[in-house]
Structure formats: C-alpha cells, structure tokens
Write a protein that binds this ligand. Sequence first.
Ligand code: SF4
Length: 339
Amino acid sequence: MVVANGAEGEVASAKDRILMAHRPHLVIDGAILAAEAIGADEIVFYIGEEHEAALTAVKRALIERTGELRPSTRVVAAPIGYVAGEASAAVHYIDSGDARPTTSPPRVSEFGVQGRPTLVQNVESLAYAALIARFGDRWFRTAGRLERRGTALITLTGAVREEGVREIELGTTVGEIAAAAGGSPAGTRAVVLGGYFGTWAGIGDVWDLPLDPDTMRERGLTFGCGIVGLLPSEHCGVSATAQIMAFMAKESAGQCGPCIFGLRAIGDATARVAHGRAGAGDLGDIERWTSQVVGRGACHHPDGAAQLMASAMEVFGDEFIHHARHGRCSISGSRVDVA
Ligand code: SF4
C-alpha cells in the first residue's frame, strides 16, 4: 500500500497543494514508481479537503489515465488539521475516519492501512522520484550548489513583495530568494524556517544561509517543509510566537496529556507575556514546560512546538524580558494585541 501524502496541514505551507494542482501527473507517476518498488497493489492519494484545486486536479488526472493505471488508486480527502498529515494519523483516518496519530510500534511500514505494510510518502518527494526516473539522476544532480544535489519547493511568506511557492536549487541562500521577491535585511527582523515545527533565527544570522537540509541541521536549524517566513522589521517576535503557540496548542489531537495541557499552558503564558500581563513566574515556566513536553506525545507534535518555542526564547530573549518587565513591546513601544 502506498499513501501519497498531500494533506499539508502546515498552515504556512502551500507547496504540496500548488504542486498537485499544477503537476498532478508527476505526483501520480511518482506514486506508481513507489508502488512498483515495494510491490504495492493500491495507492491512496491523501489530499487536504480544503485544497480544492489540488483535489480536482488529481481526480481529473486519474480519470485521464483510466485503464492505464496499475495498481488501483483512490482519493481520500484529508480532514483539516495540523496533525492529520502525520503518517499514523493518515493511516488511521483512511481506515477509520479518525485522523489521530496512533502510538507506535507497530509502525505503519509494518501495520498500516487495513493492517498491510504501508509507505506514506510526501507528494513532493514522489514528484521528484518521477522526474529522476524520467530524466536520470545525472540530470537531477546538475542542480544544487552543495554536496546534497537537486532542487526543492519553498514557500516564501512575510516581509516580501511577492509571497508564494518557489522551486530553488538546494544551497540557494535565504537572502537570494528573499531579495528576488522584494525582501531586504533592513525590512526583516527574523525568519521562521521549516514551519511551525521549525526554528526562529535572527535575520543577520541567516541572510547568507544556504537552504540545504545538511547545512541547516549542522547549525541547529530546520529545513522541514521548506517554509521561509520573514518577520517584518516592525513586528513583535513575542506576539508572532504567541500566535504560533496558540495555534499549536489548538491543533493538539487531544489524546496525550503533556501535549494537551503542556502546549496550552505554554501558549497561555506566552500570550500573557505578549499582552503585557506576564506573571512573575511566566518566563521561567515557559522555559521549564518547553523542555518537559519533549518526547511526551504519541507523535512529534509537542516536540516541534517546543523546538519553535525554545528558538523564540533564544532569538527574542531580550524582547521577552522587556515585555515581562515593562508590559510593553520594545519594538513597537506599545502594548501588543495577540489575534
Ligand atoms: S502528541 Fe499531541 S498531537 Fe500527537 S497524538 Fe498526542 S495529543 Fe495528538
């Protein structure tokens, strides 16, 4: 069984839905290759129910290939939700209509859809597999500036004139893609890299950073799902982080205590700091709870949220302290409302 995973629950990401909407046959070709490689007799295209253009395009492309396709295929609309795209949540939803991650083991590769070994693979990876099969690995390796070769899809958001999805050579710098879209170091304070599971970094530290998973990992940063979110220079990092943590708390699938209560507590405390209503222990509590939720869920949702929070405390440390002490934002000079 192959599940082509296009749930894309990460709200800041748009690469998978754009890819499926514009190049559905590439995704289908890649899924067929994957199925052939592992001897699967069925492919499920698992696509976010809110990504209507992607759903329509993949369904239409499958109809265009009626009679040609082996193995059998079907499309399942994934429910809206951050964790719905997690591999075990996808398998669970396809089987039962409930998109909650399940505790492992067994892993989905051993016991997946209908109890069969299942490969859950992101649609971008499948599309690249199809391209490599069509044009060869030497062709693919002509792109890329560092040791890791090829290209990647990036979702660029925030302090640029033109937000959107770009295909970049691996190793292209944050500054190059931001400048090409109308961004500048002066207009940007910080960048969230890799998505809400990712990491904050100060713009001065990463303007020349190559977007390359290996380089980023070495520097404690996250390539993740390829999000480059630029925080405008006049925006408050504490407030932006509070919004993200509120979202991550809301998106808990609600079955593991440390995730449900820990993320909610971190989100509430961060919101108090952002609003200028911090209690005496809030900053210490945020730090302590952030380290305590790691590894305490059935899936990696709390780990990702904790990583984002820890990086925010590092990058916006002075701002957190200013908010907590003075009840005001050091960037805008006023109280900040969190949406
Ligand atoms: S860690 Fe959170 S998101 Fe993951 S299964 Fe548990 S409650 Fe759900």
